[in-house]
Design a binder for this molecule. Structure first.
Ligand code: UD1
Length: 350
């Protein structure tokens, strides 16, 4: 038994739930805070069940990070060894339409969290950043030292929070912060019991493909087939969400090392896959045909993005285990069992 307690903000969301499950199974006591804006409490109930006896080490608070009093109360009642910060808005298009909403939610949330952590002497943090901070990279694979940029307010919030974390560590060297730059998380837990359940029209490729496969949408629109890639479609580094969850446990263990300051790691597979390759792998896994409509490029999209995975391998002793076939298999397992996400069926808690 590790006997450590971790606060997970946004722990009811897609990546959060998978990470919370891994933390519980690794022996951590886990407290989730989530405002349930784009997530469901059913997901928390399912994580509890999947964790078996370890599920007793999970507790949940429905609250917004900007609610300082609520956050204070949580820190008064529990002493945390570390925090993993996922909570935030993440729809790129919406962030362009409503920049203040994004700056208020993502930045105020992060600042309030850091302030309350400091006030309670908890100075270990793992923050969910994104490969979006590499913009349109001049070359691949992207190493952690690449120049950073933001093409939209959502990306800018990630970049600014990274900078805030660096400044906090420089000012107060007793802070230890790990910034994890996720590439493209896909798939679901192999049980098919938890997975991604976006509200409204999905922005990202695989949730959209999944909704086409279950008949909720007629066809996938492919954004551009004139890129300089294997088949003209955009290339990304898709990573199984279970591998990503594992990466968080590795980062948490790294925080126990002395003198780490503020460190950044890519979490990807180091392999690029095109949109059409991904669709083909999903068709294979699901036995479903995905009708395609070829359209123009989506503004702000890069041509090829994939990660250099050396630093995470060397320093976190972490490497992704799964390939796109397993990602598609598990995504389909989740989608076919939950065609309407967590709204698919009544959940019993027994
Ligand atoms: C997007 C965001 C990025 C964010 C990441 C994870 C943009 C411009 N970038 O990255 O900031 O960090 O999600 O939330 O939105 N595609 C289609 N049809 C679709 C959807 C996507 O062809 O309906 C293509 C895209 O053009 C791209 C690939 O699929 O080539 C992956 O797209 P997506 O899943 O949205 O991820 P990113 O664009 O990498």
């Amino acid at each position: 038994m590790i006997n450590k307690t971790v606060l997970v903000t946004g722990g009811a969301g897609y990546i959060g739930t998978h990470t919370v499950l891994h933390l519980l199974l690794a022996g951590f006591k886990t407290v989730v805070i989530d405002n349930l804006h784009n997530s469901s409490q059913i997901a928390i109930l399912r994580v509890k069940k999947l964790a078996g006896d370890f599920g007793n080490n999970l507790s949940f608070h429905k609250a917004d990070l900007r609610d300082r009093d609520a956050l204070e109360q949580i820190f008064v009642s529990t002493k945390f060894d570390a925090v993993i910060h996922f909570a935030g808005l993440k729809a790129v298009g919406e962030s362009v339409q409503k920049p203040l909403l994004y700056y208020n939610n993502n930045l105020s949330g992060a600042i309030t969290l850091l302030e309350v952590m400091a006030a309670h002497g908890c100075k270990k943090l793992v923050f969910s950043s994104s490969a979006t901070v590499y913009g349109w990279p001049k070359e691949v694979p992207c190493t952690e030292e690449f120049p950073l940029s933001a093409a939209n307010p959502y990306g800018r919030t990630k970049l600014i929070i990274e900078e805030i974390c660096r400044d906090v560590c420089s000012a107060e060297p007793d802070w230890k912060i790990i910034l994890l730059r996720f590439f493209n998380p896909v798939g679901a837990h192999p049980s098919g019991y938890i997975g991604e359940d976006p509200q409204g029209i999905p922005n990202n490729l695989m949730p959209f493909v999944q909704q086409v496969a279950v008949g909720r949408r007629p066809a996938l629109t492919v954004f551009g087939n004139d890129y300089n890639t294997i088949d003209g479609t955009g290339v990304r580094d898709y990573i199984h969400v279970v591998d990503l969850a594992d990466g968080h446990v590795a980062a948490l263990l790294k925080l126990d090392e002395s003198n780490i300051g503020c460190e950044v790691y890519n979490l990807g597979t180091g392999k690029g896959t095109s949109v059409l390759e991904m669709v083909r792998a999903f068709e294979q896994a699901s036995g479903k045909k995905i009708p395609l409509v070829i359209a123009g490029r989506r503004p702000g999209d890069a041509e090829i993005v994939y990660a250099s995975i050396e630093k995470a391998g060397r320093e976190l002793k972490w490497k992704a285990k799964y390939g796109i076939d397993e990602m598609c298999r598990d995504q389909w397992n989740w989608a076919s069992k939950n065609p309407h996400g967590y709204g698919s069926q009544e959940d019993s808690t027994d």
